[in-house]
Design a protein around this ligand. Structure first.
Ligand code: NAD
Length: 417
């Protein structure tokens, strides 16, 4: 009999349980941190372009706000369910605490395949979803951002919907907005830049030269595509890239600029003339130094982890590695740079965007990037030294540091009443 599937919420709770045990906290603290403070499920009726009405479902989960307002992305995907959103909201809490931005974690999503809908329909979905969850939103309460299947246009619609309801423009209501609407320079590329900061830090720590290393990136969306570009700029040879339609592989290295042009015209990496097609799952098992899963959760599992050959895995996606796979990879000597550290560049620059919008004063791109690099360096250093001092993995170290900060904030505030 095969083992039951482990979903992202099981994985997130297992990681939390490990940290709580190491930190010596009691069951009450675990229960409090394993459970979202608020979760709302809403119906999102959509009038299709042909006049018919379709009923969609959306969620918004605020996992914790002990350290500040809740913060987290909104996902449009057919796979969205409440447990997935709960897990993603929990990881956001740890991520914000780890990189010391004054937020708790949240996440939202609508169960929809955005590729099957027109732009006008997606605008109506976004506005109705925003309106339904609006009692939870606001710059001091909960600040959404883009995630899978959403982008800066989605954020512009969300910001406008909140603003119309309030009767004035609320620039701090969301982050990841277009720069023309109070977005921050450097936000669109921030997650990918942060991923590459971590890759370079890991390579340096392992004594590996960037120019002599190779990589594969799973997912060619907002995170994966920028990661591929910045890796190429850093001299790392990108051998393979994939998206939901398939993967391409060039043993001598992909021409990333040409691949980006191909994706701009065709919408997929598939069919890129400068590479051979391979199976999407095979990309994870290629003989490369660095593997960057930058697509969805649960792609590295107990069944395929033993075949992973990368020396370093840097998690661009949230939750790409199940706890079972984590153990297999660690035993095999693979360094896993965990999601809450690896992809934290996005929330760091979202924080910068929120600060700039609330002050109505914007920084230069160079300033944003310098501050991002400094925070990523500090977080990497904190996690690596904590892991070394306690003989634990980077993931356990990162989770412990974050959970401790959240628990301390909670304890210092006290329990009301
Ligand atoms: P996106 O929608 O822009 O891109 C997702 C990409 O993954 C697409 O190229 C899609 O085709 C591909 N994909 C989907 N399923 C796949 C599969 N099975 N195999 C290979 N490719 C597949 O989303 P994104 O914003 O790039 O987010 C990707 C991941 O990064 C998610 O886990 C998200 O939560 C995480 N993340 C995003 C941000 C951000 O700022 N956007 C920040 C932190 C973490």
């Amino acid at each position: 009999m095969s083992a039951p599937a482990v979903g992202p919420l099981d994985g997130a709770r297992e990681q939390l349980a490990d940290a709580v045990k190491l930190l010596g906290y009691d069951q009450g603290t675990y229960d409090l941190l394993a459970t979202p403070r608020r979760a709302i499920t809403v119906s999102v009726p959509l009038r299709r372009d042909d006049g018919s009405v379709e009923l969609l479902t959306g969620h918004r989960v605020q996992h914790n706000f002990s350290r500040g307002p809740a913060k987290g992305g909104v996902r449009f995907s057919p796979d969205v369910d409440l447990d997935e959103v709960r897990a993603l909201a929990m990881w956001m809490t740890w991520k914000c605490a780890l990189v010391d931005v004054p937020y708790g974690g949240a996440k939202g999503g609508v169960r929809i395949d955005p590729h099957r809908y027109s732009t006008a329909e997606l605008e109506r979905v976004t506005r109705r979803y925003t309106s339904e969850i609006s009692p939870l939103l606001g710059p001091d309460r909960d600040i959404p951002a883009p995630d899978i299947g959403t982008d800066e246009q989605t954020m512009a619609w969300m910001m406008d919907t909140v603003s119309v309801a309030q009767g004035h423009t609320v620039l701090g209501a969301v982050t990841g907005k277009p720069v023309s609407l109070g977005g921050s320079l450097g936000r669109a590329s921030a997650t990918s830049r942060g991923v590459v900061h971590n890759i370079l830090a890991a390579l340096e720590y392992l004594g590996m030269e960037a120019q002599q290393t190779t990589a594969a990136v799973q997912g060619f969306g907002k995170v994966g595509r920028g990661t591929a570009r910045f890796l190429a700029e850093s001299g790392v040879g990108l051998l393979a890239a994939s998206d939901q339609h398939g993967a391409v592989y060039a043993p001598g290295g992909l021409d990333v600029a040409a691949l980006e042009s191909h994706v701009d015209t065709s919408g997929t990496v598939v069919g890129f003339a400068g590479a051979e097609p391979i199976d999407g799952a095979a990309l994870l098992e290629l003989d490369v130094d660095v593997l960057v899963p930058a697509a969805v959760e649960g792609v590295l599992r107990a069944d395929n982890a033993p075949r992973v050959r990368a020396r370093v895995i840097v998690e661009g996606a949230n939750g790409p590695t199940t706890p079972d796979a984590d153990r297999v990879l660690t035993d095999a000597g693979c360094m896993v740079v965990p999601d809450i550290l690896a992809n934290a560049g996005g929330v760091i620059v979202s924080y910068f965007e929120w600060v700039q919008a609330n002050q109505a004063y914007w920084w230069s791109e160079a300033e944003v990037e310098a501050r991002l690099a400094e925070r990523m360096r500090r977080a990497w250093h904190d996690v690596r030294t904590h892991a070394a001092a306690h003989g634990i993995t980077l993931r356990t170290a990162a989770t412990c540091l974050a959970v401790e900060r959240v628990a301390q904030a909670h304890q210092t505030r006290g329990l009301y009443p």
